[in-house]
Design a protein around this ligand. Structure first.
Ligand code: APR
Length: 311
């Protein structure tokens, strides 16, 4: 069987961590791309030199040239900049639309059959940007947010109850950020509803901590945002696609009428396989959850309107 090929764009904290996990899990040959000269080459070579120790046969190539990415099976986009002091949200949006749009377009030309996983923020807007600039089928573009949000939630719940993180299953819907909709009704611990283990007040506190999960890390790091858990989350999605595992994961997927929304990417449960997003799964929502989901969808639509101005 030919080896898989994985391209990671952006060799910063998230991108380098994605490449490190991908290589350690022997997902395939890896190409790491960045606009900076020397950084992807240096980090790529360093990761390649770790392969004998890890016992994995993957090559890791760092480059500034998209030709090296040709015929990738999966492309993970982590390029972008973080908000700097004095920068408005619009400035950030304009800059990252330009960066993500440009890298998606270039990489898409060399790998027309790839599935693209977007990690750059603001997530829901960046997935939309990658879709517009590549012209790919929307099922071939997916955003990483829900896996990370549920990973945070699962960590806190497991710690609270004192059970394995593996036995916690959780679901979040909606946009990545303040409007995310955690569905605690769909949270189970080894098949048992989470409410059996803690009061609704305590559960709500954990939901709040999850909502603020990104900000909590930024507050500690001060000079950047989270990267290990985001990278691990992107890798879980890439594995499901590359191995056609058909995992059912919360991801930012294109909605074509599902959940009464059309034309935007938003966090929903979906099956990931070799074709990308193979199916969006609709779940029953209470009136409150429906309201929260609609608000989240509206926030993403407002953002997408801004993106359209920059495209
Ligand atoms: N082409 C390629 N790479 C680029 C480009 C470009 N046009 N513009 C910027 N980059 C690269 C930078 O050179 C840098 O190496 O993107 C990388 C970003 O890395 P970091 O600044 O370390 O940011 P990181 O923490 O990795 O976050 C990247 O992921 O989780 C999201 O919010 C986060 O949007 C951010 C992204």
């Amino acid at each position: 069987m030919p080896k898989n090929k994985l391209t990671v764009i952006g060799a910063g904290n998230v991108g380098a961590s994605v490449a490190a996990y991908a290589s350690a899990q022997e997902l395939g040959d890896i190409v790491l791309v960045d606009i900076l000269e020397g950084i992807p080459q240096g980090k790529g070579l360093d990761l390649y030199e770790a392969t004998p120790v890890l016992g994995v046969d993957t090559t890791v190539t760092g480059t500034n040239d998209y030709a090296a990415t040709a015929n990738s099976d999966v492309i993970i986009i982590t390029a972008g900049i973080a908000r700097k002091p004095g920068m408005s949200r619009d400035d950030l949006l304009a800059t990252n639309v330009k960066i993500v749009g440009e890298v998606a377009e270039k990489a898409g030309k060399y790998s027309p059959n790839a599935v693209i996983i977007v990690v750059s923020n603001p997530l829901d807007a960046m997935v939309y940007t990658a879709w517009k600039k590549t012209g790919f089928s929307p099922r071939k573009i997916v955003g990483m947010a829900g896996v990370l949000d549920t990973a945070r939630f699962r960590t806190f719940i497991a710690e609270e109850i004192g059970v394995s993180v593996e036995d916690i299953h959780a679901l979040v819907l909606g946009g990545h950020g303040d409007t995310m909709v955690p569905l605690t009704r769909y949270c189970f611990v080894g098949g048992v509803p989470v409410t059996r283990f803690m009061s609704s007040e305590r559960l709500e506190q954990i939901v709040q901590r999850t909502r603020q999960g990104g900000a909590e890390i930024v507050g500690l790091l001060k000079t950047g945002s989270a990267y290990y858990a985001p990278a691990a989350s992107a890798i879980q999605m890439a594995r499901s696609i590359l191995s056609d595992k058909k995992r059912l994961l919360p991801v930012a997927a294109y909605l074509d009428g599902e959940y009464n929304e059309k034309g935007i990417f938003l966090g929903v449960p979906a099956i990931l396989g070799e074709a990308g997003v193979e199916k969006v799964i609709e779940v029953d929502l209470t009136p409150d959850e429906t309201d929260a989901f609609k608000k989240s969808a509206q926030a993403v639509k407002d953002l997408v309107k801004e993106v359209d101005k920059f495209l």
